[in-house]
Ligand binder design. Sequence first.
Ligand SMILES: Cc1cc2nc3c(=O)[nH]c(=O)nc-3n(C[C@H](O)[C@H](O)[C@H](O)COP(=O)(O)O)c2cc1C
Length: 322
Amino acid sequence: MTAEIDRRPALRDAADAARYAPSIHNTQPWKWTVHPDRLELHAVTGRQLAVQDPDGHMLLLSCGAALHHARVALAAAGWQVRVERPAGDPLAVLHADRQGAADPAAVELFEQVKARHTDRRTVGDTPLAPAVLDDLVAATERAGARLHLVGRDQLIDLAVIVERAQKTESADERLQEEIAEWVGGERSGGTGIPAANLPAGLPLTTVQERDFGTAGTLPVGEGHDSAATYAVLYGTGDDRVEWLRAGEALNALWVAATAHGAGVLPLSSPIEVGYTRLELRRLIGDLGAPYLVLRLGVLNEASTKPSGTPRLPVDQVIDEAP
Ligand SMILES: Cc1cc2nc3c(=O)[nH]c(=O)nc-3n(C[C@H](O)[C@H](O)[C@H](O)COP(=O)(O)O)c2cc1C
């Protein structure tokens, strides 16, 4: 009987929810095609950062995050979802196999998906509890990647790696020009990071945040990052499917963090610069391929919360199959 249900409205809703996924510089480099029986995810190379991300690694992480958003949205509507990840185009195919009663845990997860955002303010003074960190490690592993928590003894090494990567990127004029296309100002096109979401000045932290080369208007707070926990998202290899899965895991851990009132700030520079990525690999004891550095911490409620970043309109990210 269920085979006769038109799945298009549910699939369209899931693709719509996925518009709010995080993406590198809010490029939203994805497009969905809604078929009567399935939802396909495609990468949009026209919104790939050609200079900063020539291999499309950050694009794949972003698309993976969008895929996870769509999966959670379908599960919250009671659908049992099957995911195929062909190595080429489409990047992924979602099949909504059967609909039943929505699992309350999935509904709760979807609430966190909607609440998730990037917060570049300094973190609060209380470190995340070990049980919360354990939960984030477990959420990452369930989603198919791994999380290395950087110990106090490795913090300075990490700070040096991040600083070197930032210096390399800051010295690259073409890369800075590309960033300027996506970051700063009012952003009327539905993409990019508005000034309101960028720190008014870079906070004084041990591990520096990305310097976008343009100051914003977000008050970052008085704090430091001394109570932050840094982590490296990593996995077994470097093929496209592994990067896509890492994006799904990134979102799974981000949503779990949101449920705990914890903030996640990705730092991608040390992954984008070849030699610092190698240094990161050594930092995690050669356990696997590093995909992203993350700052985890209790959100700083003392200062104003940043407003949401813009999103592309539906017709630019969702197609209906004829
Ligand atoms: C793969 C990836 C890499 C990112 N790298 C950085 C980064 O280096 N620095 C930063 O401040 N934000 C980074 N972000 C956060 C994005 O800028 C953010 O997701 C986007 O602007 C949308 O905003 P939102 O997360 O608040 O919805 C990254 C996000 C993703 C998915």
